[in-house]
Write a protein that binds this ligand. Structure first.
Ligand SMILES: C[S@@+](CC[C@H](N)C(=O)[O-])C[C@H]1O[C@@H](n2cnc3c(N)ncnc32)[C@H](O)[C@@H]1O
Length: 340
């Protein structure tokens, strides 16, 4: 009898996804990593663990019969495997946090820690993330793109807050359409609006839908709408979940002085104060999952206090998950509001 292991990119994000999913008590069908590991944005690899190399290899062989190529992060472990098992013809070093195409398609990946050996059985949907992030004809690189796998975390949180058999995700700040694309890939209907790039976003969506026959049964729509305007298309009422990167304020770079960044934070704060109640009015049953800017140059304790001061009265919960890349001036903290 073996047990499971999970390797994740952001442990806080995984704990958060796990916690939100399990505290909602109802959503195993959508988000349990033991059943649907690729529904968790934070999961990179997942598999079965064993107490000996022989048990791990015997199990892997019984599953796939292709243990001649082994992928493993440790060179020493790879050499040890080759010595112990003559059937293994080759081993390849594979970064623990990445997916190797050759090993994924032709071999078996083993993970070693202490005296345990894990056999990787599932990986993040890397082709989907790559397609959304890099292959679409219209990209959102200029602001420091939020990668599709982080969006997957936001989607998991939204779904956990309100599990539903018929899901329509709405992003009112849709820009290049990452959220609707990911929503379709998960089998949800998708809506998006924005004050800019609407035609390009529609084209990008159509481009992906044309390549994925499984999207045909799902409905999607992108339209022009200024989120400061309380009146929206009647279609927006079909939304069951609002998931958005939101407006992140004026562009901030490393050249900006602290006082300018605090001003930007204040502007976004004012925006959040006005928009959250508006979304509550327009989508009374929908959970809202969004991001607030996390400026790398500011004192983070003070910034968190400011956000808490703005978000708590609005009923918005600040999560511990901050997405920020090196050299990026504006990271994102994931926050959510649940009402029923
Ligand atoms: C940070 S981007 C969102 C990027 C998006 N998540 C993506 O994947 O490409 C913010 C978007 O908010 C839009 N925006 C700003 N103010 C808006 C408003 N008042 N109403 C609607 N959209 C607005 C901008 O046009 C921009 O596309």
């Amino acid at each position: 009898m073996s047990t499971a292991f999970i390797i994740c990119s952001h442990i806080e994000a995984f704990v958060l996804e796990w916690w939100v999913v399990h505290s909602s008590h109802r959503s195993i069908h959508t988000c349990d990593p033991l059943v649907y590991p690729d529904q968790y944005g934070s999961v990179i690899k997942y598999g079965q663990c064993f107490f000996s190399l022989n048990d791990a290899l015997a199990w892997a062989y019984s599953q796939w019969r292709n243990c001649w190529l082994i992928g493993t992060a440790s060179k020493d472990f790879g050499i040890a495997i080759k010595r112990a098992c003559p059937e293994v013809r080759r081993f390849k070093q594979v970064d623990l946090m990445h997916t190797d195409r050759e090993v994924m398609t032709k071999g078996v990946e083993l993970v070693q820690w202490w005296s345990m050996v894990g056999v990787v059985t599932h990986r993040q949907p890397i082709a989907l993330y790559e397609a959304i992030d890099f292959e679409k004809p219209f990209r959102s690189m200029t602001m420091g793109m939020l990668p599709a796998k982080v969006w997957a975390i936001l989607l998991s949180i939204a779904l956990a807050l309100r599990p539903s058999s018929s899901v329509t995700i709405y992003d009112p700040f849709v820009w290049s359409g990452t959220i609707p694309m990911l929503a379709l890939a998960r089998g949800y209907h998708a809506l998006g609006s924005d004050i800019a790039h609407v035609t390009a976003c529609k084209r990008a969506m159509q481009w992906r839908v044309d390549r994925h026959p499984s999207f045909v049964d799902l409905s999607w729509s992108i339209w022009y709408h200024d989120a400061t305007d309380a009146k929206n298309k009647p279609l927006a009422r079909f939304a069951t979940h609002v998931v958005t990167e939101w407006w992140l304020g004026p562009i901030i770079t490393s050249r900006h002085h602290q006082h300018r960044i605090w001003e930007a934070a204040r502007d976004v704060g004012d925006f959040v104060r006005r928009r959250v109640p508006q979304i509550q009015t327009n989508h009374p049953d929908c959970p809202l999952v969004f991001c607030v800017p996390w400026y790398t140059a500011l004192d983070h304790d003070v910034l968190d206090q400011r956000w808490s001061h703005i978000l708590t009265p609005l009923g918005v919960v600040m999560t511990s998950f901050v997405y920020s890349r090196p050299k990026q001036s504006v990271g994102r903290r994931v926050v959510y509001r649940y009402w029923s």
